[in-house]
Design a protein. Structure first.
Length: 110
């Protein structure tokens, strides 16, 4: 199993755990840091999909689970936390893409 996959699994588990654990002040910071690290390992061909998923969840897609009886509230909380992870990962992906275009593609015009 690759380090990238392990980090993504830990990020998803952290999002789930912090949905049930209340009162931990640093949860948001930890989710954002996990997202930044996760985003570093995203391949170039998957970055657009990551950004679309982050925008969708941040715009309210996570709350779509709410109307489901019994489990909807919990699923919404998990995906709201996962939205934090994906948003931070998308920021890292945008940053990496910018650096790659500015500094690593010296042979291309534009």
């Amino acid at each position: 199993m690759s380090i990238a996959r392990i980090i993504w699994i830990v990020s998803l588990l952290a999002a789930a755990v912090f949905s049930f654990v209340t009162g931990f002040a640093q949860a948001g910071m930890l989710l954002a840091l996990l997202g930044l690290v996760s985003g570093f390992f995203v391949d170039q061909e998957h970055r657009v999909g990551l950004i679309i998923a982050a925008v969708f969840l941040a715009a309210g897609g996570a709350s779509a689970w709410g109307p489901i009886p019994v489990v909807g509230e919990y699923l919404s909380a998990i995906f709201e936390n996962y939205s934090t992870v994906l948003s931070a990962a998308a920021l890292m992906a945008v940053g990496r893409t910018t650096v790659e275009r500015l500094f690593l593609n010296k042979g291309t015009a534009g």
